[in-house]
Design a protein around this ligand. Sequence first.
Ligand code: SF4
Ligand code: MG
Length: 326
Amino acid sequence: REVLLEVKGLKKYFEVGKKQVLKAVDNVSFEIYKGETLGLVGESGCGKSTTGRTIIRLYGATEGEVNYEGENVHGKKSRKDLKKFNRKMQMIFQDPYASLNPRMTVKDIIAEGIDIHGLAKNDKERDARVYELLETVGLNKDHANRYPHEFSGGQRQRIGIARALAVDPDFIIADEPISALDVSIQAQVVNLMMKLQKERGLTYLFIAHDLSMVKHISDRVGVMYLGSMVELTGSDMLYEEPLHPYTQALLSAIPVPDPEVERSRERIILEGDVPSPINPPSGCRFRTRCPHAMDVCAAVEPKWLEAREGHWVACHLYDEEAMKQN
Ligand code: SF4
Ligand code: MG
């Protein structure tokens, strides 16, 4: 499989107050393959949105690299290079209402990227492109001169998708694109995204707070906790044989449709709250809530290791060396 994007030792820290540092993303490494959907999940505040925003350069990186087709997007770049990256990587936001300018018509919202990148020779071509994009996302020409408030949440998200597609990107980061929508609308938006992926060969990073949401759309899923990636593997593998105690707990909280299976299942209840990313626990960040925590967990940060082919995890239980130290 061909790697489209490599995230290497990525850190994004924010200064809070005078001397405190919030470690929103702390040493995260993973790859995204061309044409796949990588799901990224974790509770709110775990750093998944910040990871997405740093990949796409909405934030500068504190440390580490984001290599897009082998080029570090955070390296020193000319204006021309940055424009090229901006066109290849697009973002769809969680709240379609907040992310669309209320004073702009749908046409102008969608055409903004077309204008910036000079993708239409004249107004006629620009209009034609916008109308085509509206059709592509299940809207039409008649919607072009209206304003965002005239649309439902699902329609607004379609407009957001059309805006992202306008510059013909290869890679789209979708930050909780369906979380704000009614359940009945969620599947429609996911189906649209999957259809577009097939037609256009798009690569997605699909961010969600809940594991059941990413299951159907993702080829692989990464799980984050308190600024760290704790597990990453194929979707089926993650749901069938989760390795990390945190993933196991998250999955045990999802109800199973079969009542017999549901009754026999053991629910893993996590004690306590997620600690602050300003003062994360030493060693393994999950140790204050982990049912399997051992002495070594407080002393040593778990390595990010490939426990079996394509299945990455950061937990001492899968590290023979660490277990010997315990
Ligand atoms: Fe739990 Fe220790 Fe594994 Fe962390 S390293 S998840 S505390 S067993
Ligand atoms: Mg978020």
